[in-house]
Write a new protein. Structure first.
Length: 275
């Protein structure tokens, strides 16, 4: 995040926003800047990619499903916009620790333990680490002591749209983001790669709520896509994973998506039309 902060300082904050005497490295200034940047960035990612997905990928026929709520899209957006600033508070604390040099993020490819190969392997490692972490956190949030208070609001959306992707209780939203914030404190990771992965996980979160169930046949039971996550919203106790089905299979919570078996939401709508 220091790359974004440095760019903001250089092109906007130092020359136009902050008093000349307020040094760029001052902790309070960094915290304030990170809070604003994090919120604006999250808002931009959510509204931009959510809108693209909703208008160009999401099948609007799904809005005719009996479990699609009245004014649902507006409610999803409103809930997300209320939650994102609260989610950003602990997130900014972690970004601040990164900026202050406590993480293992590095600037140059030469600093990678294994050069470009190390960068590539760290990307794979990031995906598998975060997939594992999110699986167990997500599953824990379904425990009766946590579900009603923190995770149930996200399950209000049985037939989700891309705008449901960030419509979490703030505690739920931050807990499920924690693995990809923790990763660079445990393992070396290139800064630009981390920024790209951060954008990727947000876009992926939108994509598994987009109602587009198409996955290459060979990867249907490997990739955790929208079909898998739709069944999670509908049946609760299955398909907790983020990118892959590996941990669901290990944890005994994998369910072959109903959409792949002719029993998904689109099939239900087709049967309603035939009646």
């Amino acid at each position: 995040m220091d790359l974004v902060l440095d760019a903001a300082d250089r092109h906007l904050l130092t020359p136009y926003v902050y008093p000349a005497g307020w040094h760029e490295g001052e902790p309070c200034r960094q915290l304030l800047s990170l809070f604003v940047i994090t919120n604006l960035g999250a808002l931009a990612l959510y509204l931009l990619f959510g809108s693209v997905s909703y208008y160009f990928i999401f099948d609007h026929e799904l809005k005719k499903h009996p479990q699609f709520l009245e004014n649902q899209v507006r409610r999803e957006i409103a809930y997300a916009l209320r939650s994102l600033p609260w989610i950003s508070v602990p997130t900014v604390a972690l970004f601040f620790a990164e900026v202050r040099g406590y993480s293992k993020l590095y600037d140059n490819i030469e600093d990678s333990p294994h050069g470009w190969l190390g960068v590539f392997l760290s990307m794979l490692s990031f995906l598998f680490f975060t997939d594992m972490g999110i699986y167990w956190i997500h599953r824990a949030l379904h425990h009766k002591l946590l579900y009603k208070r923190f995770h149930k609001p996200h399950h209000l959306w049985k037939i989700a749209t891309p705008f449901a992707s960030h419509a979490f209780h703030p505690v739920d939203g931050f807990m499920q983001s924690l693995p990809y914030h923790i990763y660079p404190f445990l393992f070396p990771l290139h800064k630009v790669t981390y920024l790209g992965l951060y954008i990727f996980v947000n876009v992926w979160t939108i994509s598994i709520h987009d109602g587009d169930y198409r996955v290459p046949r060979l990867l249907r039971h490997v990739i955790n896509g929208s079909a898998h996550h739709t069944d999670h919203h509908l049946y609760f106790d299955y398909n907790y994973g983020q990118y892959f089905t590996l941990w669901d299979k290990i944890g005994g919570s994998y369910k072959s998506p109903t959409a792949f078996e002719g029993k998904g939401p689109h099939d239900y709508l087709r049967k309603l039309r035939e009646k």
